[in-house]
Design a protein around this ligand. Structure first.
Ligand code: URQ
Ligand code: ZN
Ligand code: ZN
Length: 463
């Protein structure tokens, strides 16, 4: 069945204009004025609403095995939550255990993701190194459409990549035409600070941000950027949370280096006062890394988005319920790190970004969809409403309001870091791969509707 979205204002990253959108067989057939509706077409009245490319969340962790447990939202519940919020594609992470062949881990995650409700793709993490890792990276790029490799500079004694791994893996990325990405925190300093806090008997969630101050992130970002500069590779810094790492990115970009930065909706809107709440469940529910920061860092991140020094927004959706977070009672280092947001991202950023005048609707599309599609080589298949592109579309009511709450969310986590936040601007319809999957609060999709999206390598310098 075809779908005609009629009477709305189409917003792409380059411009906003009055147009209808006709979809058939999973693709956008036409974008134009007064389009006719072929027989058997579902017509959606978008009068007074915006019609935008479906969101791309470049950073999620559905059903991630982590810190002795498994994230509560799996690939179905997590992607359903995303669709309900207007996000039609997620970029998740294959994270091999040290010494686990990358290809083994990749096939495991592919199996888990079969149940996805929306399209998905994977960054693959390099958590250890020997020559076989370099060979698996080539197979992943050449045969499985992976063009980005993740490196955790934090999480010592677990998945942390030291400088040797960074240098070897980034070098391999250059050879393969792949983009290295990093979680930039100095894992050695975090570990030392964690031990020092515990030794002083400071064991509650309030210690979490004390063990990961902004300088620890700024140092790692600067180091990763320097390694990328010497090796002549672009680099993407995930969840930039503070002025220090943003400054490292800004200086590098001002010097002509190709550095990309990602901001999380949570880091843009939530401050570190959450950790001083005396309720363990509330404070622990906000434990993620890097931690939420004081308000001057949020201001810096918004300036980074407005200036173009940060290009994408994400959520790092990695949810744990109260019982899982309780593992850290008495020892904050055992609180599973991660928060949600995949459902709320677009609405909270529209409300705080477009609603405040910080972002235009087109800039909103850029940072919630188009830029991620371009950086990770999915554009114009994704990230734009144009003939021939995937029919991934969100119809947006700029006057609609919603109060975010764990009571009404689709996520299974039982916690919502945006709890009680009322936003103006909400999705009314989501179309994914040409099918109406969300309509005014109702999810209309089955497990398995999502597709694995292959992403071609960039021009490899040498194979
Ligand atoms: O570090 C990450 O991105 C993963 C493990 C999710 N957890 C988190 O605290 N950000
Ligand atoms: Zn991370
Ligand atoms: Zn993450």
């Amino acid at each position: 069945m075809s779908i005609l979205i009629r009477g709305g204002t189409v917003v792409n990253a380059d411009r906003a204009y009055r147009a209808d959108v006709l979809c058939a067989d999973g693709l956008i057939v036409a974008v134009g004025d007064h389009l006719a509706a072929p027989a058997k077409t579902r017509v959606i009245d978008a009068g007074g609403q915006y019609v935008m490319p479906g969101g791309i969340d470049p950073h999620t962790h559905m059903q991630l095995p982590f810190m002795g447990t498994v994230a509560t939202d799996d690939f179905f519940t997590g992607t359903v939550a995303g669709l309900a919020g207007g996000t039609t594609s997620i970029m998740d992470f294959v994270i091999p255990a040290p010494r686990q062949p990358l290809l083994d881990a990749y096939h495991t995650w592919r199996e888990w993701a079969h149940k996805s409700a929306s399209d998905y793709t994977f960054h693959v993490a390099v958590t250890w190194w020997d020559d076989s890792v370099g060979r698996d990276m080539a197979t992943l790029v050449g045969q499985h459409g992976v063009n980005s490799f993740k490196h955790f500079m934090a999480y010592k004694n677990a998945i942390m990549a030291d400088d040797e791994i960074l240098v070897k893996s980034f070098t391999r990325c250059v050879e393969l035409g792949a983009l290295p990405t990093v979680h930039a925190e100095n894992g050695e300093l975090v570990f030392m600070l964690q031990q020092a806090l515990l030794a002083k008997g400071i064991t509650g969630p309030a210690a979490h941000p004390l063990s990961r101050p902004p300088v620890v992130e700024g140092e790692a970002a600067q180091r990763a950027i320097a390694i990328a500069k010497v090796l002549e590779t672009p680099i993407y810094i995930v969840h930039v949370s503070c002025a220090e790492s943003l400054g490292a990115i800004r200086r590098a970009r001002a010097g002509g280096q190709r550095v990309y930065g990602e901001a999380l909706a949570g880091h843009l809107l939530i401050d570190d006062s959450v950790y001083r709440n005396p309720d363990f469940d509330f404070a622990a529910g906000h434990v993620m890394s890097p931690p939420f920061r004081s308000q001057e860092h949020q201001t810096a991140l918004w300036h980074g988005l407005q200036s173009g020094d940060l290009q994408t927004t994400a959520t790092d959706h990695c949810t744990f319920c109260e019982a899982q977070k309780a593992a850290g009672k008495g020892d904050f280092t055992k609180i599973p790190n991660g928060c949600g947001g995949v459902e709320e991202r677009m609405a909270v950023l529209w409300d705080a970004g477009v609603g405040s005048g910080r972002l235009t609707p087109s800039e909103f599309v850029a940072v919630t969809s188009a830029n991620a599609a371009k950086i990770f080589n999915m554009y114009p298949r994704k990230g734009i409403l144009a003939a021939g592109s995937d029919a991934d579309i969100v119809v947006w009511d700029p006057h609609g309001t919603r109060t975010m709450s764990a009571k009404t969310q689709f996520s299974k986590s039982g916690f919502n870091v945006f709890e009680g936040r009322t936003v103006r601007g909400v999705p009314t319809h989501t179309v994914a791969a040409g099918k109406l999957v969300f309509e005014r609060g109702q999810i209309l999709v089955e497990p398995g509707a999502g597709r694995y999206i292959e992403r071609p390598a960039f021009n490899p310098s040498r194979l």
